[in-house]
Design a protein around this ligand. Sequence first.
Ligand SMILES: Nc1ncnc2c1ncn2[C@@H]1O[C@H](COP(=O)(O)OP(=O)(O)OP(=O)(O)O)[C@@H](O)[C@H]1O
Length: 257
Amino acid sequence: MKTVIGINNLSKVFSTKKKKNVHALKNINLNVKEHEFVCILGPSGSGKSTLLRLMEGLIKPTSGKITVMDKEIRESILDTGMVFQDYSLLPWKNVIDNVSFGLELRKMSRKERYKISIKILDKFGLGEFTTSYPHELSGGMKQRVAIARSIATSPKILYMDEPFGALDAYTRFHMQKDLIDFWIKEKRTVVFVTHSVEEAIFLGTRVILMSPRPGEIVGDYKIDLPYPRNRWSENFKNLFQQIMSHLDEVSEQYKVL
Ligand SMILES: Nc1ncnc2c1ncn2[C@@H]1O[C@H](COP(=O)(O)OP(=O)(O)OP(=O)(O)O)[C@@H](O)[C@H]1O
């Protein structure tokens, strides 16, 4: 399989107003292959979101190099999609205009972008809500719109930063299943940040474990379970225990109380 994201000796230090340096990431090396579903797991502050923002080109590394689809990342690229926990929909645009926003930026005609967006919205069960506004939707629906928007431009890589973190357990389970169906059908590469060990094992072909600040990769688990995954199977439970105790171990080093 082809490498689509290559990260070499990456470090990120933030300088804050108080002139204190925050060493967020240290010496990260990671290769992501085509059609992998990589989940990044780690305690709060371990640099997961920072790593995603660096991959997306939203911020620059302090040192090291990131290559995405054979190009060194120097600024945000249009060939990827990003989904955040807070949906980040545009409140003044209705559902279809939110979904087709990326296509509008690419100067696609209104007719053309609506055609693409309606197809995706139908697939996501939102065909009847094209003219609704974000404030008229539930959390799960908003997140569907956000995911629909991120895939409307057919990105090869989808970056997702705790996209289901704010949803209730029932909606989250549904969204996880839908995301896996989509990923299997569409064969994209996904990098997914989560706090949940269970979610990481349910979704990922691979789980990367980060240590507390400065964030370093301390675990790289291949998840060999068949899809759709069964959360109650012995293999699932064994993996959960293994990764959970590793996470406990690394979090322990960072006790503040
Ligand atoms: N723009 C910034 N300026 C200064 N420090 C920052 C900035 N962004 C992140 N940090 C710091 O970098 C570290 C890593 O933050 P990051 O948000 O990447 O962690 P995270 O693992 O995603 O955390 P969480 O799980 O709580 O979302 C934190 O200590 C954070 O305070």
